[in-house]
Design a protein around this ligand. Structure first.
Ligand SMILES: Nc1ncnc2c1ncn2[C@@H]1O[C@H](COP(=O)(O)OP(=O)(O)OP(=O)(O)O)[C@@H](O)[C@H]1O
Ligand SMILES: [Mg+2]
Length: 535
């Protein structure tokens, strides 16, 4: 297809005739126009996969000189005839489309309404072949739902973040396999960039303007949007970052499969959550803190009441007894009506939850969280820090100001990092690992339970002398050996879950709940299964 080639990976539902695209063009186009992509000079295609076949493909290309990657969105272009019909249809849709009903997503509502609207305007729209109709529907869905040119990037499950640093700056993506790279999309006029962001923020039910130029919002589909408007605070013009939400969240089983943690770390965390102990997940931006926090929450017993406090809704739990709260920004110079994490946390305590989960602590809310933990609630949170020791220092300093004596109330902290590992002779790749997991003994004293060895890509575990396991033994009337035995049994259960791909977050929580109710039965089931090759 590019340079005269046809699509080589053909989807099963792809029609036989696919029109070839223009070769070798990287065309900058205005928003709303149909993009016609291609591989620029000095770039070669190294990977290609379908996004919405046969209409959109991701093409990963690489510069032959500096080896930089470029993400090319390869969309099947509309013919002049189709474009005319598409423009007519868009005009009709702008009038006829009704807002989504309460129980449906904008996508579901759009897909339901589109055929009816087309049927009602049959006379105005000429006859279309099956492929033409599907192609027009593809573009109409992409553009009418607001994501327009970045729509294909949102469809790519390998993309984690999408960001744009300003006017005429390329859109960048963070790709699971190829890491950070430019995409062949840029906004060339202030009008298109600003209108695009106003529309995105509006879709999130919020408002952005020169008076309120900084917005954090949740897009339909729960994607996290951070935007800065015009040149109020960003001299290069409107900028945005989208952190894509994973509808099907990572569970402990996924983290085990990926190698982010090992079985001992998993069972240790399971013991902690089962005994209402508190834990912090530390790491730098995009390290995987919220993901780990969410996965670990899967160990919280189903009977526990959970209260989550966040700035943007990211936590996704299967628990029935879960209250989710999100802070809100205020209006006017006085920030009137604002409800911050601090207020939400104070309110959370009154709901008497077993666990309070704070998406991210940064300020005075840390103090309230520690107060809550001191009064018998379990606490989970994330915080920016590269090491446990550095995280503890942050806690006792301004603006968190947690008293040093309260620090050990947070029982354990772990650090998750994006690290470079060797995947074979001469090849390396970026992966996530829990690089440190420590019990907190004091404001400047920790006991490492696990540290990650980068040379071997192995976790070095030192569970002997664990104070928390000793405490768990005491409070459950067990000996330390019995607690260790229990951990071995739980490892067996996790192994069995992995072997049967019980990774879905609901299934995972159900099994954990079942184990809490009837450990013997679940263990016997796990024991029936013997060994998994390679695990
Ligand atoms: N263990 C993991 N393995 C693979 N991908 C992961 C892992 N953890 C997180 N990710 C992916 O990395 C991206 C960032 O994850 P997450 O939002 O958890 O990071 P974060 O540290 O909370 O970021 P922030 O600092 O912006 O809050 C997401 O797209 C997520 O799916
Ligand atoms: Mg986060």
């Amino acid at each position: 297809m590019f340079k005269g080639k046809k699509h080589d990976k053909k989807a099963s539902n792809e029609p036989d005739i696919i029109e070839p695209m223009d070769a070798g063009k990287t065309q900058k186009v205005s928003l709303g126009q149909i993009q016609q992509s291609g591989i620029p000079e000095n770039y070669v295609e190294i990977d290609r996969y379908p996004l919405t076949p046969p209409f959109a493909y991701a093409v990963i290309t690489q510069n032959t000189e500096n080896l930089e990657h470029l993400y090319v969105v390869d969309e099947l272009p509309l013919t002049p005839k189709e474009r005319k019909i598409y423009n007519d249809l868009k005009a009709v849709l702008e009038y006829d489309l009704k807002p989504a009903e309460e129980n449906e997503t904008p996508q579901e509502s759009f897909r339901k309404q589109l055929p009816k609207i087309i049927a009602a305007h049959q006379d105005e729209l000429p006859d279309l072949s099956g492929l033409e109709a599907r192609k027009i529907t593809y573009y109409a869905t992409r553009d009418m739902l607001g994501l327009e040119r970045i729509g294909p990037l949102m469809d790519d499950i390998l993309i984690e973040d999408i960001s744009c640093g300003g006017l005429n700056k390329p859109v960048y993506v963070w790709h699971k396999k190829y890491e950070s790279m430019m995409a062949n999309i840029r906004f060339e006029t202030e009008e298109e960039l600003d209108n695009f962001i106003v529309k995105l923020v509006h879709l999130s039910g919020k408002h952005i303007s020169t008076t309120y130029p900084i917005v954090d919002a949740t897009l339909p589909g729960k994607h996290r949007l951070s935007a800065m408007f015009r040149r109020e605070v960003t001299p290069l013009g409107t900028s945005f970052t989208i952190r894509k939400f994973k509808e099907d969240p990572y569970t402990i089983i996924d983290l085990l499969n990926i190698g982010t943690i090992n079985e001992t770390i998993a069972t240790y965390l399971w013991m902690l959550m089962d005994n209402k102990m508190s834990l912090m997940v530390l790491g730098s931006t995009g390290a995987g803190k919220t993901t780990a926090l969410n996965a670990i929450s899967g160990f919280i017993p189903a009977s526990f009441k959970i209260f989550t406090v966040e700035e943007v809704a990211e936590i996704n739990l299967p628990h029935e007894n879960w209250v989710s709260s999100i802070s809100r920004t205020g209006y006017g110079a006085q920030d009137e009506g604002a409800i911050g994490l601090f207020e939400l946390l104070k309110a959370a305590v009154r709901h008497r939850p077993d666990y309070i989960v704070v998406g991210e602590v940064r300020g005075e809310e840390a103090y309230v969280l520690f107060q809550a933990v001191a009064t018998g609630h379990g606490g989970l949170c994330t915080m920016h820090a590269d090491q446990v020791e550095a995280g503890l220092k942050r806690l006792v300093q301004d603006p968190m100001n947690v008293p040093a004596a309260s620090i050990p109330l947070m029982h354990c902290a772990l650090v998750v990092k994006r690290v470079n590992t060797r995947t074979g002779p001469g090849s390396r790749s970026i992966v996530r690992r829990v690089t440190q997991m420590s019990e907190i003994l004091g404001a400047d004293a920790v006991k490492d339970i696990s540290t990650w060895n980068p040379a071997k890509d192995e976790f070095e575990i030192n569970i002997s002398g664990s104070r928390l396991l000793k405490r768990i033994a005491e409070s459950n009337g067990l000996t330390l050996d019995e607690v260790r035995e229990e951990m071995e049994r739980r490892k067996r259960v996790l192994r069995w879950m992995r072997a049967h791909n019980m990774r879905d977050y609901r299934k995972f929580s159900q099994t954990v709940a079942m184990y809490r109710k009837d450990p013997e039965r679940v263990y016997r089931r796990a024991m029936k299964f013997t060994e998994i090759p390679g695990v």
